[in-house]
Ligand binder design. Structure first.
Ligand SMILES: NC(=O)c1ccc[n+]([C@@H]2O[C@H](COP(=O)([O-])OP(=O)(O)OC[C@H]3O[C@@H](n4cnc5c(N)ncnc54)[C@H](O)[C@@H]3O)[C@@H](O)[C@H]2O)c1
Length: 311
């Protein structure tokens, strides 16, 4: 029996890339899946019927799926995603907010439309799909649901030329932390994945650096590496895991640090500028030490085949 047997999932942007792999693995693990995708270009322009192809592929492998081709960054699209799950499969347990686009430019050249469209698809898209689902969870008594959101190192660390995308992806991490608090009493978890995988979104970035992407690279670094972590977060095994950011990339799985005060000083009045001259360097020093410790602790530990922590 699969770990998602009896569950209903909706995966946005599941026509290709990371979303497609998640939809397929969810179905293999027994979930009934609403496969959403608008089928546009990487920059969000155009449309195509790719959600149908993935749904057909799942059905051909004896899974259960239904396509959904609406824009998830509209209120109507988010509502119809939920309605499709309820009409086709009788409810919804798992929402994966994965759909995304890119319009990379430095801020000097970023037009209003590039800013608005990236913020709309990522941030408003998370709102448009999560809100009807959250209300449904509260009102239907279908508790113990899962929301899995997609952030990026672009927003969590920062990446040149992606102020629109970085702002949206950092916003999604903040959105997830708040939603985790708001849905906790319904037993619903909200976690965030920070993925790295070779997809049509990232292959051009490599090629622009003069690197070629081989078939072996796609096996080693493809979007199929992200699906098991999303599946685990959606499963019963992760019922106690919420408000976390999990970084996943070609065989690597890590947990991200969340914003926290690293060092502080207090007295009972406002700080003077002279005092700040003295104490700010102490704070910056403490932060530097902390960053070095976290960077060291975060280095991947190699796991040998057949090795488990029980050994
Ligand atoms: N690939 C990576 O290394 C990487 C790194 C960090 C974050 N991410 C994030 O992971 C997610 C998946 O990325 P991917 O690499 O698989 O990209 P992708 O371009 O292969 O897939 C994204 C899918 O989303 C769909 N989509 C876009 N706008 C939509 C909308 N409004 N409504 C419905 N569908 C829409 C697209 O048609 C596309 O099929 C994105 O949120 C992306 O920002 C990816």
């Amino acid at each position: 029996m699969g770990v998602l047997e009896g569950k209903v999932a909706a995966v946005t942007g599941a026509g290709r890339g990371i979303g497609r792999e998640i939809a397929i693995m969810f179905a293999q693990e027994g979930a009934k899946v609403v496969v959403n995708d608008l089928g546009g270009e990487t920059d969000g322009s155009g449309r195509g019927g790719i959600a149908e192809e993935v749904a057909q592929e799942i059905i051909a492998h004896r899974g259960e799926a239904v396509p959904h081709g609406d824009d998830i960054a509209t209120v109507a699209g988010g509502q119809s995603l939920l309605d499709t799950a309820i009409d086709s499969f009788g409810g919804l347990d798992i929402l994966v907010n994965n759909a995304g686009i890119l319009r990379d430019r430095t801020l000097f050249n970023m037009e209003e439309e590039d800013w608005d469209e990236v913020i709309r698809v990522h941030m408003k898209g998370h709102y448009c799909c999560s809100r009807p689902f959250a209300r449904y969870v509260r009102e239907s008594g279908r508790h113990h649901c899962r929301i899995i959101n997609f952030s990026s190192v672009s927003g969590l660390f920062g990446n040149f030329g992606q102020s629109n995308y970085g702002a949206a992806k950092a916003g999604i991490a903040g959105f997830s932390r708040v939603l985790a608090l708001e849905l906790a009493k319904y037993g619903c978890t909200v976690n965030t994945i920070s993925p790295a995988a070779l997809t049509r979104m990232t292959i051009p970035l490599r090629e622009r650096r003069g690197e070629t992407v081989s078939d072996q690279d796609l096996i080693d670094n493809g979007p199929q590496h992200i699906a098991p972590v999303a599946t685990w977060l959606a499963s019963e095994a992760a019922s106690h895991v919420t408000s976390q950011i999990i970084h996943v990339a070609h065989g690597l799985v890590g947990i991200m640090q969340q914003p926290a005060i690293v060092k502080s000083f207090q007295h009972e009045r406002a700080w003077t500028l002279d005092e700040l001259d003295e104490y700010m360097p102490k704070l910056l020093q403490a932060k530097k030490r902390h960053d070095a410790q976290v960077a060291d602790a975060g280095k991947p530990e190699m796991i040998k085949e057949g090795w488990s922590s029980e050994n």
